[in-house]
Design a protein around this ligand. Structure first.
Ligand SMILES: Cc1cc2nc3c(=O)[nH]c(=O)nc-3n(C[C@H](O)[C@H](O)[C@H](O)COP(=O)(O)O)c2cc1C
Length: 314
């Protein structure tokens, strides 16, 4: 029997549901799972008032997270594995996860431990995962697997459905577009990871240093989106610093520059993103080799292969 620590935070319950699907087979196999739900001292709203939604941007990108309530993990808790589940806010880990990874207690819990990350977001998690990797490494943890769940529908459709969900709380079908969030079917099949992990823990694979959840289609990266995301993240870093130079969260002084950022963001989404997708699509035969290599690299360590699906995806 192994001791597993799972860190979770979810506003709508979507990530909590995916997490529960992964945990259930672990518990059924007799492993001990401590599920810790992060609670910010000042809760974040759902749905988000529009001003607060944009005003949170600079702190997300600059990893300046407000404090959490004390954790419930027993002080002497010894864990064999840590699973960090998070969502993406502005191409960065959501603030509660950032707060955990930057806290002394969080770092102690991760130190020298194998770590699995699980993300559920609209579809742009690559930059956030790079940040997660750095924060985990700084704390002395070893990232072993990464699982990614993205909102259903085309990238252009989720530019409408995800913000609508976040700002109004409405998730239903809209203008013929699919409902917001991760597809129910995808969520249901998340239990395959728990079944495979239970077997891996029985074999002491968490001590081996290698990925444990390969062959289960853990991540599928669209390398074309990766290129736009990289450009977006670079711009976000500049904008977030600039806005913070005008004032702190909630201060009126930074509202004008925030408004300019919002206009920039909308213009970017309406013009640059579709254009860059179109250009990449046109040149895809020429870029194919480069994009394939990039995809394989970004899908590490767990990958998009499917050789274990038959065994674990019931
Ligand atoms: C402030 C904020 C910013 C977000 N930014 C992104 C983003 O940059 N990329 C992305 O893929 N999803 C983004 N999302 C969507 C979330 O990752 C997530 O899918 C959604 O908030 C539901 O998660 P939950 O109900 O489990 O908390 C954002 C959500 C919020 C609230």
């Amino acid at each position: 029997m192994k001791n597993v620590l799972v860190i979770n935070y979810s506003q709508t319950g979507q990530l909590a549901e995916i997490t529960a699907r992964v945990i259930a087979p672990l518990r059924a196999a007799g492993h001990q799972v401590h599920l810790e739900t992060l609670v910010p001292e000042t809760p974040f709203p759902w749905p988000w008032p529009v001003v607060q939604f944009f005003d949170t941007f600079p702190e997300c990108v600059q990893l300046d997270a407000p404090p959490l309530r004390p954790l419930h993990v027993p002080a002497d808790g010894q864990f064999d594995l840590v699973i960090l589940t998070y969502q993406v806010w502005y191409l960065a880990p959501a603030l509660p996860m950032t707060a955990f990874l930057k806290s002394l207690r969080g770092r102690q819990l991760i130190k020298d431990k194998p770590v699995i990350t699980l993300v559920a977001c609209r579809n742009m998690w690559l930059s956030a995962q790079e940040t997660m990797k750095s924060l985990i490494a700084e704390a002395g943890g070893q990232l072993r697997d990464h699982l990614a769940f993205s909102d259903q529908g085309h990238a252009l459709a989720t530019f409408v459905t995800t913000p609508r969900w976040v700002l109004t709380g409405r998730r239903d079908r809209f203008l013929g577009l699919p409902p917001a969030g991760v597809a129910q079917e995808e969520i249901r099949h998340a239990s395959r990871f728990g079944r495979a992990l239970a077997d891996a823990l029985d074999r002491d694979d968490e001590r081996s240093g290698a990925a444990m959840l390969t062959g289960l289609r853990a991540v599928t990266v669209n390398p074309r989106l990766a290129l736009s995301e990289r450009a977006g993240h670079r711009a976000f870093r500049v904008w977030s610093k600039l806005i913070r130079a005008f004032g702190r969260t909630g201060q009126w002084r930074r509202r004008p520059i925030l408004l300019i950022f919002v206009l920039y963001l909308v213009t970017l989404i309406l013009t640059v993103v579709p254009l860059s997708l179109l250009v990449q699509w046109l040149f895809s035969p020429l870029l194919k080799l480069r994009l394939d290599r990039l995809r394989a690299e970004l899908e590490l360590p767990s990958g998009s292969q499917e050789f274990n699906l038959k065994k674990y995806d019931l």
